[in-house]
Design a protein around this ligand. Sequence first.
Ligand code: GLN
Length: 398
Amino acid sequence: MRALSDRVNGFTDSVIRRMTRISDACGAINLSQGFPDFDPPRELMDALAKVAYDGPHQYSVTYGAPNLREALAEKHARAVGRPIDPETQVLVTCGGTEAMMAVMMSVCNPGDKVLVFSPFYENYGADAILSGAQPLYIPLVPPDYGFDLGLIEQGFRDGAKAIIICNPSNPCGKVFSREELTAIGALAERYDAYIITDEVYEYLVYDPWEHVCMASLPGMFERTITCNSLSKTYSITGWRLGYVIGPEEVVEMAKKVHDFLTVGAPAPLQEAAVAGLALPESYYRGLRALYTKKRAYFLEGLDRIGLKHNEPQGTYFVMIDIQDFLDLPQFRGWTDLAFCEWMTREIGVAAVPGSSFFKEDVRNLIRLHFAREESTMDEALRRLEKMCALLDKARQTP
Ligand code: GLN
């Protein structure tokens, strides 16, 4: 048979989602793919039950149900301090995943350079390949995942047409400060580049950090395309609801991609999700408080059992340093992927290997998430503690 598509051959399946499949097959505790194990707000479940009988069950308007687009436009208008037109500036997609892909397809021609921070959410790799864009990587340097603005300027000088900013950042938990965003924005303006943001973790930020919406900064709305999702905000990752908001010219392009790729996000779920956008401010404060507690609980647990980790400023991810394990004779020469597969099978806790996020040759990190009930975290920590016993044993053996 003749060779299939080189473009699709250029990337693998998602390691994040592969780890979920392995985890399910082993009956492990899944701390790999990030999604909560608790229910969405009651209001959303009630609305969904009502929709089952009242409908809609047929297609919504391709670009998103009008009432959902209106609610999203109002939300974004409050964030950016300017009116948003739900007809021309908002597109509802199947998750943040489709939002990013539709925007990359809309902005990039094959060969266009796009700046991507490393570590990056692994979807951006496939987004770049499918849209033909050539990623130029800007390192986010551990432990605080800072970056060199000079490299961004260099990238724009070399012709980068856009920059992708995941804020708060998956997997490293960095929250970009107003100063950092302002500085990046000034460069984007100087070199006439687009800014594509992925803000799906906007509400999962921890004191003293605050989320700043790039499009809200002076002069930035015109060049910023905001991608977002309802998945994390309302604990509905399976509903697959995302959106794009930005200048009309770009959104009109993204609408065309969406029209032929998916036709529309599920109409009943769009209808039910409107109830989420109607929730009061206190809901978002509660969500932040909930994750603040989970973060503290999990990080304290990791400290107690002796796993080294970063201090995420946002998101529900934490990076664990496994170098001490890789130095043990039984793991010598292992990749982080092999380690994660072993950990899932033998320890019963699934993680994502760090190498699926880094452009650099990083092999000593794995990503866990803490969007789990405390009892589940307890069990995961108990299992991981057994793994840590391997280190104690090695220390005791001369
Ligand atoms: N953002 C989640 C993660 O990184 C997964 C999202 C997805 O799989 N669509 O784990």
